[in-house]
Design a protein around this ligand. Structure first.
Ligand code: GAL
Length: 653
């Protein structure tokens, strides 16, 4: 599909006699795709069984008359008030045992099977009524699974579902007791009906109990999505089913949900995401009006992987948002830059959120492409510019295969939240730190799940802070001929959250002769310098074995070990150490790099390399040897500028 821009539209928010003008203006701007409907249940079914879909069909007719393609969202993130009368116990329960209330959104419990049936019912109704509409181009399931902390519920429905799930997983209570280590503290159960959820305990639950609850909760999200996917695919086999995921959000396994999606999408709000992240204050200030230069890109690459190659931005920040502590105005040009960056990483569609700023309710301070008075806001002009530039450059194709791959794993995110050992030790932080270190050199990076069976074609694969090996990944690194960087903490547990017999990183001696025999964890702010530059922080492992020492800290503790092409990092590093380690691997693997100015990043797609300037001042690009001139912009980049170069040779696939 040729890359296109889209917009999120809420016809139910506006008088019907505005729809024609809105649709005409969208089409004139170059918009091709419009997402509608994802919160409209109270207008589609105002009373139980009173279905009113005609307005939705009329809205689709109007959009279709202007050549616009429509994505219909199932409205299951916002069940109407009457639904709560029907199923009072469908409201989720928080970890303190309090039931959540109606009056905002996402007020449902993934474990509530009665609500799951209601979700299936409305999905079937939409599929039947709209499935043949000429303007329909696909479906979005629900909206942002898990947003506002809604993946976990500590309700009776969740408890009952969890017990059943455990019974299916373990078969016998003895097997569960063994797997969880319940002999410790006399936690052994006699039967599955005694098991409770891991909240409101005196102190922490067994880590395997907690991890299984997270796995169970994740499975409920996948099951909820699958119900809708199956209905929509049965009704419209040729139309894609999409879900819109989020940034830095890891409460359920997105790769699993991706099994019942045709396209993954995510909602990119770079400024709000930086403001609410754990990035240091200097970075937050430096990129206040741009967002973190690597965060959106990381998620583009992650969701490309979740979507098996196909992905969209379903919601793109168009201007200031409303949900940060402060909500700065983006630098002029950022709404264009973010879209171009997404296309560079292979997006098929970038859809701005939203068409017109709503003057009422929760998001009245959130910008749209139009102001509340229907006049263009700055994002409107930038979106139009992107549409024109896409037509002119015709970048087509798909994102090229990266030279570096990073393994990202949701269970490892949960594991180190459950047992940080050093407060602040996170799997995702290790993955993102390496991602930035490679990307700063202009290297294309891919993100892979632990189910990856082959690593062929990559120069370097990095697997940091992984809870436990999967059989696939063990086999894949055994067969891989490139360079591998693992650790810290990788392979330090088995799938039951227990320390493996051979100790971490749990690899055979002929692969890596190193065992982690002690961990020295440090409070935030304490660092141990590494000889040659950088420092260890939060986490230091002491190892024994015969692997070669490449770097060590000032206390003589090995920091980077190697055996053949396998490298093991024993510590969490500060930025400087992670950059040094990445640079070392790049040199060993002889991976080509670019000299990028500060704040400039790039990615290749098809025959093109797209440069984006996240810095707040102008930057000058050095000519790259594999390029044959520019098709958009040039070497002099303004703040928030975009330059597209043509590659002299075809991209990697
Ligand atoms: C997203 C959500 C939208 C809207 C938007 C505001 O998380 O999907 O419905 O709330 O944020 O930035």
């Amino acid at each position: 599909m040729n890359p296109a821009i889209g917009v999120c539209y809420y016809p139910e928010h506006w008088p019907e006699d505005w729809w024609q003008t809105d649709a005409r203006r969208m089409a004139e701007l170059g918009i091709k795709v419009v997402r509608i409907g994802e919160f409209a249940w109270s207008r589609l079914e105002p009373q139980p069984g009173d279905l009113q879909l005609d307005w939705m069909i009329r809205a689709m007719d109007v959009l279709g008359q202007h050549g616009l393609k429509v994505i219909v969202g199932t409205p299951t993130a916002t069940p109407p008030r009457w639904m709560i009368d029907k199923h009072p116990d469908m409201l989720a329960v928080d970890a303190q045992g309090r039931r959540k209330g109606f009056g905002s959104r996402r007020h449902y419990d993934f474990s509530h099977l009665g609500y799951r049936e209601e979700a299936a019912r409305i999905t079937q109704i939409l599929a039947d009524a709209l499935g043949n509409h000429a303007a329909l181009a696909g479906w979005q399931t629900d909206n942002e699974y898990g947003c506002h902390g809604t993946t976990y519920s500590y309700s009776p429905a969740a408890r009952d579902g969890f017990r059943l799930w455990l019974q299916q997983k373990y078969g016998s209570i003895d097997a569960l007791n063994h797997a969880w280590g319940n002999v410790f503290w006399s936690m052994e159960y006699n039967h599955f009906d005694q098991i409770e959820l891991p909240n409101l305990l005196v102190c922490e639950a067994a880590p395997a109990h907690e991890l299984d609850f997270r796995r169970y909760s994740s499975d409920q999200v996948s099951a909820f999505n699958k119900v809708q996917y199956d209905i929509l695919k049965a009704a419209c086999p040729d139309l894609p089913v999409i879900h819109n995921f989020m940034s830095r959000y890891a409460e359920f396994d997105h790769f699993d949900v991706g099994q019942t999606l045709d396209i993954a999408s995510w909602d990119s709000y770079p400024i709000g995401h930086l403001a609410t992240s754990n990035e240091p204050d200097d970075i937050k200030r430096l990129y206040l009006r741009q967002g973190d230069p690597d965060n959106a890109a990381f998620h583009h690459d992650l969701y490309r992987s979740v979507g098996h190659g196909r992905w969209w931005i379903m919601e793109q920040q168009p201007g200031p948002v409303n949900w940060g502590q402060a909500n700065p105005d983006p630098l002029p040009g950022m709404a264009r830059l973010w879209a171009w960056e997404a296309f560079a990483h292979g997006a098929e569609v970038v859809s701005y959120f939203r068409w017109r700023q709503a003057p009422f309710a929760q998001e009245q301070m959130h910008a749209g492409l139009l102001r509340p008075d229907s006049e263009p806001a700055p994002g409107y002009h930038e979106a139009g510019q992107v549409a024109r530039e896409l037509a002119e450059t015709a970048i087509g194709g798909v994102a090229n295969k990266g030279r570096v791959a990073l393994v990202y794993d949701y269970q490892s995110e949960w594991a180190w939240e459950i047992q940080p050992q050093a407060a602040g030790f996170r799997h995702g932080d290790h993955v993102r730190a390496l991602y930035s270190a490679f990307r700063k050199h202009g290297i294309d990076v891919d993100v892979l799940p632990t189910s990856t069976a082959s690593l062929a074609g990559y120069d370097i694969v990095a697997i940091p802070a992984l809870l436990a090996w999967t059989d696939e990944l063990r086999a894949a690194i055994g067969d891989f001929e490139g360079h591998v960087l693992i650790g810290p903490r990788t392979g330090s547990k088995d799938q039951n959250f227990a320390i493996p017999a051979r100790l971490g990183p749990d690899l055979p001696q002929n692969q890596l002769d190193a065992r982690v025999i002690r961990v020295d964890s440090l409070p935030a702010g304490v660092e141990v310098p590494v000889k040659g530059g950088g420092a260890a922080r939060l986490w230091r492992e002491k190892t024994e074995g015969g692997a070669e020492v490449i770097m060590e800290d000032v206390e003589g503790v090995p920091v980077l070990l190697s055996q053949g092409k396998l490298f093991y990092l024993t510590a969490s590093g500060d930025r400087a150490l992670i950059q040094r380690v990445a640079d070392y691997l790049i040199a060993e693997a002889d991976t080509p790099t670019l000299a990028l100015p500060a704040g400039v990043r790039c990615r290749t797609r098809n025959h093109f390399r797209v440069y984006v300037n996240y810095s707040s001042g102008p930057q000058t690009l050095a000519p790259a040897p594999d390029e044959a001139g520019y098709v958009l912009g040039g070497p002099e980049m303004e703040a928030a500028g975009v330059t597209v170069a043509k590659l002299a040779t075809a991209g990697r696939d």
